[in-house]
Design a protein around this ligand. Sequence first.
Ligand code: ADP
Length: 479
Amino acid sequence: MSWWSTASIRVRLTTWYTVGLSLMMVVYATATFVAVRHEFLEQLDDQLHDDFETAEGFLAPAPDGRIAWSSDRHHDPDNDEDRGSDVWSAGGEAIYRSTASAALPPVAIAAATATPRYESVTTEESRWRTLTGTSSVGGRAVVLRVSRSEDRLRAQLREILVVLVLGLPLVVALAGIGGYVLARRALTPIDHLASEARRITAERLHERLSVPNHHDEIGRLAAVINDTFARLESSFEQLRRFTADASHELRTPLSVIRGIGEIGLHETRTPAEYKEAMGSMLEEVDRLTTLVDTLLRLSHGDAGTVRLSRESVDVGQLARDVVSSLGILAEERNQRLRIDVADSISVTADRLVLREAITNVVDNAIKYSPRRSAIEIRVHGDGDRAIVDVADEGSGIAAEHRQRIFDRFFRLDEGRSRDSGGTGLGLAIARWAVEANGGHISVDSGPNGGSIFRIVLPAGAATIGEHHEHPTQHRRGSS
Ligand code: ADP
């Protein structure tokens, strides 16, 4: 693994920041130096231009007909050893040569023009900037050259360069240290979060990270992690409850089997008694088998390994089938089981799985409603949804239990559920079956105090036909 990928974020941030800043500083320093140099050279040329005009003023025709160089002390450019002036006649004869510019080569007279020309000239000792042009003194042409040494200017530029070159690493180093300190300060709360999060183990899932400021990034991160802990805690709790409930459910029939066996072995029995004991044992084994099968199916459902064979299913027809197969149970309890198919709607679903969901809900309505009550199943469409409502006149389900009623092993009345052969898994299976088919199941209270279970399915290729009503009433005399 490279150093880069193992380095901490603060080191990587500081490195990026320092490299970026160095590049920007190099560009900035170079641009500054180039601009200053350009400005200095322009100033030098301006000064040469002024010198040229001053020098022209020093030239005057002498009484002997020659051109004379008369300089005044205060304006004499020759007072300065960095400056020089040279004058030649048109014929190339030197009229005046200052001492400062003595080392400069003479100008090519033929090349001199009326428009002054700037040039840089290098002598053995130094570099000079010159301005050469022609001028007219008393009607006679002269070639005038003014010059200034570039040495002072170059020395100043060198100083600036030294300051820039030495200052740049210093600035970058200071900025790098500052960046590291800032990155450290900004990231310290994350280290703090990490150590707090490490403290929260499976046994301490109720604890939460402290959120100093809900509005900044760290606060939002802590809030997200806290939400995750809350979900984890509820999943752990569900799992713990499920394991405890499942063990309990499995232990009850096992204890019954053991009890029957022990009683049977205690003393000698008649063959008829043994037969009865074995029958009871088999009943419990059946119960265990159903329980284990259902649990297995639910766990396959959780793992998403159940293969659904989807086809077009007429929901109304499916509900009628369920009603006709459960009718006998309602009859035994002298209940009126009524079905009303308002619309003929097809859904794309696994027929057997969907049938099981409707069966479990209708079976519960029969089990948990009083004798001689009415149970009504209504199939209707609502836009692009198919709805199956199962309403009963039972004791209803309190609002606080309506969500948990679909949890595994959740029962309102344990004894009654067990007496009626319930495993506490019927609605869990129903919810899985409906959701696997893309639907949703919920429960509400009915107008007469009972409950209404509602299965909503997305209608595929919906065909809403004419109104069919098939009241299927199963009656039996009171028992
Ligand atoms: P069970 O095997 O106990 O019937 P279910 O998962 O089917 O398990 O139902 C869970 C619990 O919900 C039942 O024990 C019962 O207390 C309650 N319940 C289900 N359906 C109804 C209903 N129609 N009316 C009242 N209570 C119901």
